[in-house]
Design a protein around this ligand. Structure first.
Ligand code: BES
Ligand code: MG
Ligand code: ZN
Length: 509
């Protein structure tokens, strides 16, 4: 889809659909809606008077124009309550536009720039959010549509999205907003593709290939094979990988601000942040095998790694003055004659011994090696993202990720970034006394606690490995996959959760 901004009066641009906006409860029209109202013989104000349009968020009115203006149709979209208007409302509006375009089989849409005059949202933020909303909503995963699906008429796709603005200054800012929105939404869609791809085609080997493709534009990619992982002492991860026919790989991506490689030493680069992602390309549960239903979506168990890769894709487009490391240890959790067993004791990279009581609690077993490796880089911050526990879904539902952290300030920054990005995140306590639940009688620690405290004990399992480094754990088991659609910018399948949240967090650091 082509998204562009032009310096023109919106009424003068020919298109199939012109979109203008109205806040809830507005009865006297101003600006663009008023101009459209006039040329359409007061159609909008008449409908408002008849209480046919209130302007609730996402409410839509569509008129044919019968050639009275250059646009074939006009849509008025409700922006909801002015006091609650934010970037996320704009993303939803972007979703409405895509939906409208498909309903009316429209391929070109023209709209106006808004921001500044409508509360605290500036032009850049508003255009960025609109761009994100439109691209994220237009996403569909169709790589696996075969001959049967190809015979269906394809949904009409929005091809050209034009934003009109007459001020040169606002235009320049908006152009930057489009660039950022496009980079972030495209990176999110990239992460979605990786997760949506069936596990048979997204084994550790393929995930590594995807990582390698990101090399360049400030990014380097280092790959560790089984031999190197063994040399480094990542025995916990290697134990999880043993049941699979596909060999494990470790991936270490580094983003360094371009042209300022040694700036950290001079105080130029503020921070070194490591992002760790869970990368279980398929989680069968291992010998503690999952039952059919709960196994059917387990291709998503590498969503943490997909978010890391999505973030790096975005970093290539939107430069940052921060050194960012991305780490994931890619494995497949399978049952077989060589699989790790309940009762086995495995040793993590830092020497900690782990009693395996359930081979399905494999994520934490691989993450601790990744975190121990991250520690060797002496980072200022470690953040891990993992589809770690079903218990997190029970606690927070399908849409909200769980945040557990040893650093209040870091937690608050992540919550703020999540709010800005429109990716719901909620903090849960790292309640120390539950540490008792994962003490082992025969090793240092065991890999399962009690059923009822599942999210917290999983996070507490990771905690000793980070030491005193500020650290946040984000459990994305719920929001990484959409099974029941609730909003247009989150279509069925992988969501790419976290790419925009992390990009926002790093940008504001
Ligand atoms: N990958 C799963 C967690 C998961 C569940 C992710 C549902 C996405 C959707 C994880 O490896 C797992 O199996 N966790 C177990 C832990 C238990 C055995 C302590 C769980 O949550 O049941
Ligand atoms: Mg599991
Ligand atoms: Zn898992």
């Amino acid at each position: 889809m082509h998204i562009k901004i032009v310096r023109k009066d919106f009424l003068s641009v020919p298109c199939e659909l012109l979109v203008v906006y109205l806040f809830q409860g507005v009865t006297k029209l101003h600006g663009a809606p008023s101009a459209v109202d006039k040329v359409l013989g007061d159609a909008i104000s008449k409908l408002i008077k008849q209480d046919a349009f209130e302007g609730t968020l996402g409410q839509v009115l569509v008129f044919p124009t019968f050639g009275m203006i250059k646009a074939k149709r006009v849509a008025v979209i409700g922006l909801g309550d002015k006091r609650r208007f934010n970037a996320d409302a704009i993303r939803r509006v972007g979703g409405c536009i895509v939906k409208l375009a498909s309903q009316h089989k429209v391929s070109s849409v023209v709209t106006i720039l808004y921001g500044d005059e409508v509360g605290r949202i500036d032009h850049r933020t508003s255009v960025q959010a609109l761009t994100e909303g439109v691209i994220l909503s237009a996403y569909r995963f169709h790589s696996y549509h075969g001959t049967l699906r190809k015979k269906e008429t394809p949904p009409t796709e929005l091809k050209l999205f034009t934003i009109c603005e007459t001020s040169a200054r606002a235009m320049k800012i908006a152009e930057d907003g489009i660039m950022r929105g496009r980079a972030l939404a495209t990176a999110t869609c990239f992460a979605r593709d990786l997760v949506n791809t069936p596990s048979a085609d997204m084994m550790p080997t393929q995930l590594v290939e995807e990582a390698k493709k990101l090399t360049g534009r400030g990014i380097t990619v280092k790959v560790m094979d089984r031999k190197e992982m063994k040399l480094r002492g990542m025995h916990a991860t290697l134990a999880v990988a043993r049941g699979s026919d596909c060999p494990p790989f470790g991936v270490h991506l580094v983003y360094k601000p371009r042209g300022v490689v040694s700036r950290r030493a001079q105080g130029g680069i503020k921070k070194k942040v490591v992002i760790v992602g869970k990368a279980v390309t398929f989680d069968s549960g291992g010998l503690n095998i999952k039952h059919g239903d709960s196994m059917s979506t387990m291709k998503i168990d590498m969503a943490g790694a997909a978010t890391v890769l999505g973030l790096f894709k975005a970093l290539a487009e939107i430069p940052l003055n921060i050194e960012v490391h991305g780490i994931f240890l890619a494995v497949e959790n399978m049952p077989s004659g060589s699989a790790y067993r309940p009762g086995d004791v495995v040793k993590a990279m830092d020497g900690t011994t782990i009693e395996i009581l359930n081979t399905d609690a494999e994520g934490r077993v691989t993450l601790v090696d990744a975190i121990a490796y991250a520690k060797t880089l002496k980072p200022d911050i470690i953040i891990d993202l993992a589809t770690l526990t079903g218990a997190c879904i029970v606690a927070l539902g399908d849409d909200i990720a769980g945040l557990l952290t040893n650093d209040h300030k870091l937690g608050q920054r992540l919550l703020d970034a999540a709010k800005d990005a429109g990716e719901p995140l909620w903090e849960l306590p790292l309640y120390e006394p539950y540490m008792e639940l994962i003490k082992s009688k025969i090793a240092d620690i065991k890999n399962v606690g009690s059923r009822s405290s599942g999210v917290i004990t999983a996070a507490l399992f990771l905690k000793p490995f980070v030491g005193d480094t500020p650290w946040a754990h984000i459990d994305i088991a719920g929001p990484s996959y959409v099974e029941h659609e609730t909003r247009p910018d989150l279509p069925y399948g992988a969501s790419g959760y976290g790419v925009r949240l992390l990009a926002r967090f790093l940008q504001k650091l």
